[in-house]
Design a protein around this ligand. Sequence first.
Ligand SMILES: [Zn+2]
Length: 408
Amino acid sequence: MHRINKDRLLADFEALSKFGATVAGGISRPALSEADMAARGWLRQQIEAAGLDYRMDSAGSQYGRLTGEDDTRTLLTGSHLDSVPNGGRYDGALGVLSSLEAIRCIKELGMIPPISLELVNFTDEEGTLLGLFGSRAVIGQLTQQEIDAPRCGKDYLESSLQRAGLTDAGLLQAQRDDIIGYLELHIEQGKRLTEGATDIGVVTAMVGIRSYTLHFYGQAAHAGTTPMTERADALWAATDFMEQARQLVIEKYLPGVINFGVIQAHPGAYNIVPGEVTLAMEFRHGSDEMLDAMNADLLDIAYTVTNTDELSVTAERGGDIHPAPMDERVISAIETACEEADLSAMRLLSFAGHDAQSIARVAPAGMLFVPSQKGISHNPAEYTTPDDMVNGANVMLNSLLALANQLA
Ligand SMILES: [Zn+2]
């Protein structure tokens, strides 16, 4: 197995952490802000200094290419340099630097990979502008509609694009068809690795999200004169449902999760038994099969708790996000690299979104996680130990080499 240059990786990390540094020890580097532009300028210098071919696409994503024997096919690797406001130093940045270090080492070893290897810094992973914007541009999934009415506001998008020399029209022209694989390193942003004393997390899928608006109907009534045994209380039905749904997920669907984020009782007064309740429900799991099974069980419970003459329920499906399974070849390349480096590994689901979920739609993709101390992320206190950073980058280097050979 090969090893990365540890001192160089850690020095790069310190240098990069200065762009957008906050007094709290984190960084504020929203996509295409002045701080992000400075970080991007620094990355370009590192790419050029390493003798890799630098390029920026029309959606602003930056690349550093090491040409392979077959230059028509690309194994892409990287993450993002943008951050949430007042975020941490590791989220995204560590992935970009590990991939940079890995490709730099391969070049220094004098190896010519069978296919081209390319580092990427995807624009706006965190959603300051559009969300997973660089990676969705690459797979042709951005729409004119969201560019015309972005969640950040049209003026903000325009001024951000201008800062990077980009245009509206270009965003829809960044699609590529040469990508045949993708590998990303990221901090876990959870506690599973630290609690399990495990070195590396191997992601099996990015979870899908399914949502519903449930309406429970009963009978509005006088809160004093209606006997307890004669009430058709829509809120009691809803709370029965929530309690049973919670038990169901804990007993049958872990590590899946469920959340009820909005509850509204109507008419909504101290002295009226609720006649109607609106409930926002969202649940997440790693495969469509699991989501389908959860879906069926949850609706069953909703119909069972309202199975009386005076109660009823309707379920309105909201927008879905499909799970993004990682590729078995990429998963096993990461696991093999862990074994060779004598590092412990654990398969897990990613409950957060990442650029890998975009690329997984068009090519074999995979992700490895390194431990996040206390699971803290999107916070200045985000921390990964230098040893964990180096372990992750070593696994990145060796799995990248193995994958290049395997996918060629
Ligand atoms: Zn991230």
